[in-house]
Design a protein. Structure first.
Length: 335
């Protein structure tokens, strides 16, 4: 589907619900009496935590959690504290990948439970002076099993009643996307370009990934479209294979310096919008999830182109509905 005419309702809100126990268990004065008999009162100091099991035990399931988070970050923009909004072209791919990660997560969970059973007694023995305390604070396999879960939710954003703050969040998507672009570009700049005379395709691939994310979400505002076009204008001068020349590396580094600085990027976007004739979406077409957000046709020039409790009345809370089911491979509008 072209980016020129899209609605928020065609996108999907994806929320991860992944729980992994941590080994930390609160320490009490009694636990620490042997080592420190004169502890300060609770009003001025906390006692810290004991690691009730080997911290490495959860490493593999934690890696799967981070993989799922990176997957959504690569294509979606944060939508309040509820999850990430992803473009319609990515829904099928994201759902397939999250299903795969969920299967692998559950496999690693089974391995974790087996390892916990084998190492439960060995962990306290590594610290004989504290073995009694560690044994008291140990967790059972049932506790680990119940508190290690992988779920995700795929939804539409459909405001109900007055919508509460939903419209405000939708209006802020452009600024949130720009902030995420700034953060990602800063990371790429510092890790791959600073202090290097030449770089290869490995350094350029993250920039292409950022461009893909911005392109998928460019419909949220004219500013996002301009950011996409700016990235396109720089990437179009880069080689598809092999090392970048010194001049090309400098050109990309200069562009990343702009993208990594929010003030510089905002000035650049404003300049391009002013001098290249980019138009904002009409005000009456940008206030809700049913609104069509227009960006420039591709034929124009390259440079133009987890939740808080609420006290709101029930009728103003957003209603979230699952996307409509479609035969595999078929595209059916979500509204």
């Amino acid at each position: 589907m072209s980016n020129s005419k899209r609605t928020i309702n065609e996108c999907a809100l994806v929320a991860l619900e992944i729980s992994i126990p941590t080994p930390g268990r609160k320490a009490t004065k009694r636990d620490l009496q042997k080592a420190a008999p004169n502890l300060p009162p609770d009003q001025i100091a906390t006692m810290g935590v004991f690691r009730a099991f080997e911290p490495k035990l959860t490493n593999k399931v934690m890696a799967k959690k981070r993989e799922a988070e990176r997957l959504l970050e690569s294509v979606g923009v944060k939508f309040g504290r509820m999850g990430r909004l992803i473009p319609p072209d990515e829904i099928e791919h994201i759902e397939k990948e999250l299903d795969r990660i969920g299967i692998e997560f559950r496999h690693e969970k089974s391995e974790m439970l087996a390892n916990h059973q084998a190492t439960k007694d060995a962990w306290p023995k590594k610290f004989p002076d504290w073995a009694e305390v560690l044994e008291q604070k140990s967790v059972s396999p049932i506790y680990l099993e119940q508190h290690t879960q992988f779920r995700y939710h795929l939804m539409q954003v459909v405001p109900a009643g007055g919508g509460g703050n939903t419209h405000e969040t939708i209006a802020g998507l452009s600024g949130q996307l720009i902030r995420e672009v700034v953060s990602s570009c800063k990371e790429v700049l510092e890790e791959s370009f600073i202090g290097r005379e030449q770089v290869g395709q490995k350094a350029l691939n993250p920039v292409r990934a950022i461009r893909k994310k911005v392109a998928g979400l460019a419909f949220v505002s004219a500013e996002a479209s301009v950011a996409r076009d700016y990235l396109d204008s720089v990437l179009s001068t880069m080689p598809d294979r092999g090392k970048l020349t010194t001049a090309q590396t400098q050109q990309m580094r200069s562009a990343l310096h702009t993208f990594a600085d929010p003030e510089k990027l905002n000035r650049e976007i404003e300049w391009r919008m002013t001098h290249k004739g980019v138009q904002e979406p009409d005000e009456d077409e940008s206030d809700g999830s049913n609104t069509v957000i227009n960006d420039l046709p591709e034929a124009e020039s390259e440079s133009e182109a987890t939740s808080n409790d609420s006290s709101e009345p029930e009728e103003t809370a957003p209603v979230i509905a699952p996307p409509q089911q479609a035969p595999k491979g078929a595209h059916v509008p979500l509204i």
